[in-house]
Design a protein around this ligand. Structure first.
Ligand code: NAD
Ligand code: LMR
Length: 329
């Protein structure tokens, strides 16, 4: 077992995603069976008591890899020395709240957390944002952390990526492990573009295997893009275990590397690739290794895909302009 534990900070730790995520991290699903972990859990003050209960349960699991757990409501303390920060906690949309209100409420959270990470996190910090609106929250945190390289911030589109693989597997009868090179482009929202034109099923082009453009346009894309809303409708609460699982997948692949011959979807700070304005946190196909990512280059984008990518990126530009106007970035 490695001698040095990794400090993993999780915000919103007493929430529903936290309730699944923390136990998976402590069990070694994120960093592997040889790396001990120190959990640093951030909550708002009224949720600290509930969080104490979660910590009691973590204790009761006697996880061999769990070195320590620290909880608190001060981001400066909780992020101190953190190597990985999973920003899950966010203000949900409540009745009567407009989109601008939501951006503003979350802007305040991610401004403060960006600053705290900037001032207190370890030099090798990586930050994954799950809390919605995830891409723009990551943009706000990144902009408020000028000393942390922009490449260290990402937002979660891995859940959409996993959903897309699952839908494609169900349609074709393939195993999920046969499906590679899936891509989610753009925003983690209903405008996202799940792209199977470069995906492969056991090495064959997925769109050709499907052979049904109407299914792709009218069924597959909206099913994946609106899956979050469908789960809220069915469960009465947003996806939690699957979101935690995707948060683990994304962070694990970022730190330990994506599979050879495959890529993953991650919303990262655009370098201008595929015409996405520089600096926007937008989802791309990326290859990851040792805590770094590279956008997969050279994919042919036809007119159908171009229009879908452009629509989602336009929404990200709108969100960026709204938080700029609010003085958050
Ligand atoms: P939840 O309401 O159950 O939990 C959120 C927790 O965050 C609460 O315990 C709350 O007290 C805490 N919190 C609020 N402000 C905080 C702050 N400033 N610092 C620390 N903690 C804070 O919600 P959940 O179901 O766990 O979902 C969390 C977020 O993840 C939501 O924004 C949700 O929309 C989002 N989500 C994203 C994806 C994705 O794929 N990107 C998927 C599912 C859910
Ligand atoms: C999801 O994709 O399941 C969530 O982002 C939905 C939501 O709005 O919380």
């Amino acid at each position: 077992m490695s001698a040095t534990p990794v400090k993993v900070a999780v915000t919103g730790a007493a929430g529903q995603i936290g309730y699944s995520l923390l136990f998976r991290i402590a069990a070694g699903d994120l960093l592997g069976p040889d790396t001990p972990v120190q959990l640093r859990l951030l909550e708002i003050t009224p949720a600290l008591k509930a969080l104490e209960g979660v910590v009691m349960e973590l204790d009761d699991c006697a996880f061999p890899l769990l070195d320590s757990v620290e909880i608190g409501d001060d981001a400066n303390t909780i992020f101190d020395g953190a190597n990985l920060a999973l920003l899950v906690g966010a203000r949900p949309r409540s009745k009567g709240m407009e989109r601008g209100d939501l951006l503003e409420a979350n802007g305040a959270i991610f401004t403060a957390q960006g600053k705290a990470l900037n001032d207190h996190a370890a030099d090798d910090i990586r930050i994954g944002v799950t809390g919605n609106p995830a891409n723009t929250n990551a943009l706000i945190a990144k902009t408020n952390a000028p000393d942390i390289p922009a490449e260290r911030f990402s937002a979660l589109t891995r859940l959409d990526h996993n959903r897309a693989i699952s839908q494609l597997a169900a349609k074709t009868g393939a195993r999920v492990t046969d499906i590679t090179k899936m891509t989610i482009w753009g925003n983690h929202s209903a405008t996202q573009y799940p792209d199977i034109f470069h995906a492969e099923i056991a090495g064959r082009n997925a769109a050709e295997v499907v052979g049904d453009q109407a299914w792709i346009a009218d069924d597959f894309i909206p099913t994946v893009a609106k899956r979050g809303a469908a789960i809220i409708e069915a469960r009465g609460a947003s996806s939690a275990a699957s979101a935690a699982s995707a948060t683990i997948d994304a962070a694990r692949d970022w730190l330990l590397g994506s599979a050879e011959g495959d890529w993953v979807s991650m919303a990262v700070s655009s370098d201008g690739s595929y015409g996405v304005p520089e600096g926007l946190i937008s989802s791309f196909p990326v290859v990851t290794k040792g805590g770094d990512w590279e956008i997969v280059q050279g994919l042919d984008i036809d007119d159908f895909s171009r229009a879908k990518i452009d629509a989602s990126v336009a929404e990200l530009v709108e969100e960026r302009d709204a938080v700029t106007q609010l003085g958050l970035i």
